[in-house]
Design a protein around this ligand. Structure first.
Ligand code: GTP
Ligand code: MG
Length: 451
């Protein structure tokens, strides 16, 4: 599972919980911890991060209801972003940049993008083709350089890449020099020694690993290999416009101890963004930014509020029954939540009762004592109580009986439902996540309620 998906799932624990209390926060943090460690993020980094998340989540604000939920998600978001570093600020000055990476990761394209970037900043740029492995590499970079208005350095037919680097360096007068190296299908000894030789000659200020957002966990190993060879100073993640969420990049960055410098978001020279950790984490979690994420959390929270009321109520009383009836009438039967759990819905005929009838129920209920509202069995046992209520509310005794029989129907339904193991399981599953409304979230399958 990629890191982004894992984190999204961990957060669903939070958004799916009926109540965000200390236990839920701790469980969420534990889950995030597990996901990060499985994602090969450095263990001490993970432990530090989760300690900070837990402390901030529990200390900073009262943890009740939607506010608490949002707060925790925000803390997770901010701490992940902090771990990735802040916004990258490239120096706009004379410098040498070396691009490294495996086949097709986007090195050559990125060389063009960077050339374009520095040209726009008013610096002169030269690009050097040190890819001696692929026959068409020379022409490709030449075209890229031309488009960016950069000077091109290369030597056709040369097999020693370090020699090209040395000669280019001897000639070049440009402010920014960008060296494009050869890729491989996997890191091997040959690439290792080639890169070391180039590095010895070129002595780059920036050694940037180019990785594709799609690659997932192998990013960590790649980062380590390249880092061991030449010592990376940063990472560029390409193809962030594609399906990849860049989860692996988090591990790559953590593993190499560097920061993300840029991200590629398309094939054109303008499709390069300065890395912004907050935006990146937003993408990782499936949302473009914090605001969009908060919006979604609010929505999920709103959904759970209904759930909380309807399902967490330990005891169904006349009062809660009436509230549910009113709520059900307003928004339709509690379909989303009840049916999803395989629960019987509040009977349709009850929900479809007329406004008049609901009004009548209300006056009847208002004539009950608090004890009666809390314990309907008091009424069932006592004819005189029923008559008193009918008199007090100005309704017919049949109406009071009708209300009671409807209440009992629902009560029975709920009792059966709660006793049902399938229901309990589904409840637990729902509390642990799987609540619809989060990215990648699905509805738990609805088993039959009866058994
Ligand atoms: N959508 C998208 N495509 C990209 C991006 N960066 C690169 N590409 C595409 O990825 C493919 C490979 O890019 P190259 O720049 O040739 O990759 P490379 O690392 O130089 O490849 P080798 O030299 O063969 O190792 C090309 O089709 C690029 O257009 C990006 O940010 N977004
Ligand atoms: Mg290339």
């Amino acid at each position: 599972m990629d890191l982004g998906a894992g984190l999204r799932r961990a957060l669903k624990k939070l958004t799916g919980a009926a109540l965000v209390d200390e236990r839920v926060v701790r469980e969420t943090v534990k889950e995030i911890q597990r996901v990060l460690i499985m994602g090969d993020v450095n263990v001490s980094l993970v432990s530090e991060l989760s300690k900070r998340i837990e402390k901030r989540a529990l200390d900073e604000k009262a943890l009740r209801g939607v506010g608490g939920r949002e707060h925790v998600v925000k803390v997770v978001y901010e701490e992940l972003a902090a771990m990735l570093g802040e916004k990258h600020e490239p120096k706009i000055a004379k410098q040498k940049i070396m691009l490294l990476g495996l086949f097709g990761s986007g090195k050559t394209t990125t060389a063009g993008k960077l050339a374009h970037f520095f040209k726009k900043k008013g610096l002169s740029v030269g690009v050097i083709c040190c890819d001696v492995a692929r026959p068409a590499a020379y022409e490709q970079l030449q075209q890229v350089a031309e488009r960016a208005g950069a000077r091109f350095y290369g030597k056709k037919g040369e097999t020693d890449a370090s020699r090209i680097a040395r000669e280019a360096l001897a000639q070049a007068k440009e402010d920014v020099l960008i060296l494009d190296s050869a890729g491989r299908s996997a890191f091997d000894d040959e690439l290792n020694s080639e890169l070391k030789k180039i590095n010895d000659e070129f002595r780059a200020d920036e050694k940037l690993l180019v990785i594709n957002a799609d690659i997932g966990q192998v990013a960590k190993r790649q980062a380590e290999e390249f880092n061991n060879a030449v010592g990376l100073t940063g990472v560029i993640i390409t193809k962030m416009d594609g399906s990849g969420k860049g989860g692996g990049a988090l591990s790559a960055v953590a593993a190499s101890g560097t920061k993300v410098a840029f991200i590629g978001v398309g094939e054109k020279q303008d499709d390069l963004e300065l890395f912004d950790a907050k935006k990146f984490v937003g993408r990782l979690l499936g949302f473009p930014d914090l605001e969009a994420l908060m919006e979604k959390v609010k929505e999920a929270g709103a959904g759970v509020q209904v759930d909380e009321k309807a399902l967490m109520e330990e005891k169904l009383t006349i009062k809660t029954f009436y509230e549910q009836l009113k709520a059900a009438k307003k928004m339709g039967p509690l379909k989303g939540i009840f049916q999803m759990l395989g629960a019987p819905d509040i009977p349709k005929e009850m929900v479809e009762q007329s406004e008049d009838k609901l009004k009548a129920y209300e006056v009847i209920i208002n004539s009950m004592t608090p004890a009666e509202r809390d314990d309907a069995s008091l009424l069932k046992k006592s004819r005189s109580r029923m008559e008193r209520i009918a008199r007090g509310s100005g309704r017919k005794p049949e109406e009071v009986r009708d209300l009671l029989s409807q209440f009992e129907k629902v009560q029975k339904m709920m009792t059966q439902f709660k006793r049902n193991r399938g229901f309990r399981r589904q409840m637990e599953k729902m509390m642990k996540g799987g609540f619809p409304g989060m990215p990648g979230g699905g509805m738990p399958g609805a088993p039959g309620a009866g058994s």
